[in-house]
Design a protein around this ligand. Structure first.
Ligand SMILES: Cc1cc2nc3c(=O)[nH]c(=O)nc-3n(C[C@H](O)[C@H](O)[C@H](O)COP(=O)(O)OP(=O)(O)OC[C@H]3O[C@@H](n4cnc5c(N)ncnc54)[C@H](O)[C@@H]3O)c2cc1C
Length: 379
């Protein structure tokens, strides 16, 4: 077993780390407070090739492996978890499915600009009445001969207001339940497609979350992502990979909070010595570092399985379940180590604590990950 990273992996880490410190850190508190989408920074992530990291270069991507993707997201999330989810959605939930299942025409028209960062994508599965139970889709895309007619509401869509293209999951054959679901590429600006105001969130506040409403939106036949009736499987497979991205985001949030705490513990003095000289604080740091390393290994393992074309569905669920718990636990301890200073915005850890919570909710809650994992154990 070889735990070492390649030179390419170190180069990706360095690029992502430098970018996060120079481009994301300035203004991260203000963006969080004002819920301001990091538009310029996302454009720069595109220039770095970070929005289509694993896509083949012939389709505008960077042709990197999933381990590089985990490394990059960790570094971005250490500083700005909102930017990390923008990246994760475009890479995992949008580009991946288009590359794997899209037609050549869809790849030329949509994947190329999405992977090269000229356009941004969103993935719309959740609905007001269909979150954990994604089979309960109410949105319909009925076959009207020369087009599909899309009607319904999608909830909590990341990049909802800022994306150019949205992959929408909808029923074409309601009578077939989840076996009648399809996936479509829908363009922003089409008649009948409206975007509700931005959600006012606890964390990842500068990411852009909206409800999307479709009222008699005409979708050209060529925008169905094949195969016909394959939309549910498409969505579930997409989320398997997406969970690696969210696990890496959780890892980054935890690692960012830990690094800030380590530094702070060396600087802050109480009872005549630095906090880092008190055993209670040392033990907290040791626990944090151990949890983070375990989460990192689970993320790398899931990415490794993906890179080597092995089944990664359980590994990605395990990585997300564990890393998101680590993100919660570590950020709570980070605030504790900072004392009162941890409770105000300038020290970043309160934001990381708020950001951590979402990693236990989206792309399948922790309870859903446990269902996925236990089902495979009991098979
Ligand atoms: C900020 C944000 C961004 C998001 N981005 C996207 C996006 O880009 N695209 C998208 O499609 N969706 C997105 N989502 C939606 C997200 O994936 C759902 O919120 C999530 O899947 C949970 O669904 P729900 O909110 O309907 O909760 P529910 O399904 O109603 O669940 C409520 C609670 O019950 C638990 N629960 C449900 N069923 C069971 C069960 N059988 N056994 C045990 N416990 C259960 C859940 O774990 C949860 O704790 C986003 C959500 C948020 C908040």
């Amino acid at each position: 077993m070889d735990f070492s990273l390649s030179e390419e992996h170190f180069a990706v880490r360095e690029t992502a780390r430098t970018f996060a410190k120079t481009e994301l850190l300035p203004g991260v508190i203000e963006r969080d407070e004002l819920q301001k989408f990091p538009k310029e920074q996302v454009a720069k992530l595109g220039e770095l090739g970070f929005l289509g990291m694993m896509v083949d270069p012939s389709y505008g991507g960077s042709g990197m492996d999933a381990v590089s993707y985990v490394i990059a997201i960790e570094e971005i999330a250490k500083i700005d978890a909102s930017a990390a989810v923008v990246m994760s959605v475009n890479n995992s939930l949008v580009c991946w499915g288009l590359e794997k299942y899209g037609t050549e025409e869809q790849k030329q028209k949509y994947l190329k600009p999405l992977a090269s960062g000229q356009k941004l994508g969103a993935f719309a599965l959740s609905e007001p009445e269909a979150g954990s139970d994604a089979t309960h889709q109410q949105t319909s895309a009925l076959d009207k001969g020369d087009h599909y007619l899309l009607n319904g509401t999608k909830n909590w869509i990341t990049n909802g207001g800022s994306s150019d293209y949205v992959i929408v999951i909808a029923h074409t054959f309601p009578e077939l339940a989840h076996k009648g679901i399809n996936a479509f590429v829908v363009e922003k600006g089409w008649d009948g497609f409206t975007i509700a105001p931005k959600e006012n969130k606890m964390g990842i506040r500068s990411s852009d979350t909206h409800q999307l409403l479709f009222n008699d939106v005409k979708i050209p036949k060529s925008n169905l992502i094949p195969p016909d009736k394959g939309g549910f499987k498409f969505a579930m497979e997409t989320l398997n990979g997406g969970r690696i991205g969210i696990a890496a985001q959780a890892l980054g949030i935890a690692a960012g909070a830990y690094e800030l705490s380590l530094q702070y513990a060396k600087e802050r003095k109480t009872f005549g010595k630095p906090l880092s000289q008190h055993q209670a604080i040392q033990f907290k740091l040791a626990d944090m570092a151990t949890q983070i390393e375990a989460a990192r290994l689970l993320c790398y393992k899931a990415a490794f399985l993906k890179d080597t074309h092995q089944d990664y569905s359980i590994a990605s669920a395990t990585a997300k379940l564990f890393a998101s718990k680590v993100a919660m636990d570590v950020t709570v301890e980070a605030v504790q180590i900072h004392g009162g200073y941890g409770y105000v915005k300038e020290f970043h850890v309160e934001r990381l604590m708020r950001d951590a919570k979402i990693t236990q909710i989206y792309e399948g809650t922790s309870e859903i990950q446990k269902m996925v994992i236990s089902r495979s154990l009991l098979k």
